[in-house]
Design a protein around this ligand. Sequence first.
Ligand SMILES: Cc1ncc(COP(=O)(O)O)c(C=O)c1O
Length: 416
Amino acid sequence: MRMVIEDAVREAGTDPIFAVAQKASEAKEKYGKENVIDSTLGALMDDEGNLVTFNEVYNTLKNLPDDKIAAYADIGGIEEFLEAVPEACFRDQRPDAYIKAVATPGGTGAVRNAIANYSNYGDKILIPDWHWAPYRTIADEHKRGYQLFSLFNDEGRFNLESYKKEFKKLLNDQGRILTILNTPAHNPTGFTINDDEWDKIIEFWIEEAKNNPDKQIVVLNDIAYVDFAKEGSRKFMKKLEHLPENILPLYAFSASKGYTMYGLRNGALICAAPTQEIADEFEASAIYSNRANWSNGTRGAMQVLADIINDPTSYERFLSEQTANREMLRKRGDALVEECKNVGLNICEYDDGFFMSIPVDNPQEITEALYDDNIFLIALSGGIRVALCAVSEDKCRKIPKAVKEAIDKRDNKYES
Ligand SMILES: Cc1ncc(COP(=O)(O)O)c(C=O)c1O
């Protein structure tokens, strides 16, 4: 007899990424960490494999009076945070729109509230074929489905044709659409939609909005990695202003990576609404969702972000730490891309960020073969994910050759 309801029956077992990370940890114990490439988890590590934690963030946290950590936050988030978080999100690219923020536990909470409040039961949300898997989990738990579009065209750039096709179909079938774009520095590929591509996407949305004035187009920009992308990669935010009233841009802001606050669970869902009414409606729904799901967020974490942003000296110190780490990641990315070229390994377009992906058939077979070389990568459905956030530049240089050899060996085995 089952005690859980039919819909809540789930497969048991550890998350596959954490299972591989566990294997990597065991190998490090056995062979020494310098001899193991643990490129599994999506958290920024220094070259010795220790978690990077920004001093400015943790000094500010440790200097908070106890009550500012312990007290409940307001359900929508503390006021200082709600005023500061649009700066963290938009910086100098703040759109001319009605902006409101509601605090959430990380970007995950923001994605959850967007799905719950901007898609109907049974609707499909539109996501790319390469995507962060929890979009599907969240949609599923909330009785929504998903529709994939191909992220890349033959040139390895944004596949506008595929996007348009699936978008039009959903808008027509459902009467509304929630589309999630994870850019800049997409997980799992590191792809960033460029400004020309943005112009074409926006032009398409405007055309669809005008042709379907009674249908709602909601665009969720998942910007979890924005602070690890190149200067200028917030430019699209300013483009998303003065749009038709039936287009609503939302932002899933996460302090996990950009502020090294992973476990502090700090984020926000932010709207850049075309009217005050749409912004007020957004806020009321999001606050209600907070109350129903987690009540309120981590007060101390909100206070830290607000205190840093409101103090120019502290913000300056914080930004310089962030920049130094972005540079470190950049060097790792450059090293990986260069070595992939050198060994002739085909990768998805990588622009920035924590991850890079190698499209390959049957990726599990390859990642398992690499365990023998003490290299631990993640098999996705369409390829292999390399978490360059987690390994030194030196180790990044070793990965492409090993992967290429494993692929060649496998392919030769089947040919012979
Ligand atoms: C693409 C993407 N979106 C959102 C998130 C949300 O992260 P968090 O809930 O930790 O802020 C992550 C974290 O891994 C991510 O990779």
